[in-house]
Design a protein. Structure first.
Length: 118
């Protein structure tokens, strides 16, 4: 009876770690979208892309610490540059040796365009 109980406890903890890793990946993706939405034009978007990816990866690493390992970010603009999306992928820490849990989260948003104020 005790081994089954311990197995259930470890399973519950692993599910919690997986859910937290997903949450960290989604928060990092949203952070990247917030940064990319305010880029004013295509020229600055090309320059901002590597900086935003690095910031998102650092954000995920800082917030997730050891719960989201090796976070990777990618950004994507739609064809007419009106929407941006950020995808964050990372490995969730595992209590079971050899168990590889990967999570991928995506956030997207409309690019903000500012007009002249009169």
């Amino acid at each position: 009876m005790a081994p089954v109980f311990l197995l259930l406890v470890f399973f519950g903890i692993q599910v919690g770690l997986w859910a937290y890793g997903r949450s960290v990946a989604l928060a990092a993706a949203r952070e990247g979208v917030a940064l990319l939405r305010v880029v004013p034009d295509e020229q600055q978007a090309a320059a901002a892309d590597p900086v935003v990816r690095a910031h998102v990866q650092q954000f995920a690493g800082t917030i997730g610490r050891e719960s989201l390992l090796d976070p990777r970010a990618s950004t994507k603009w739609n064809g007419n540059r009106t929407e941006v999306s950020v995808v964050v992928t990372g490995h969730v820490v595992s209590l079971v040796p050899g168990l590889d849990l990967t999570t991928t989260q995506r956030a997207s948003g409309t690019v903000e365009r500012f007009g002249n104020v009169r």
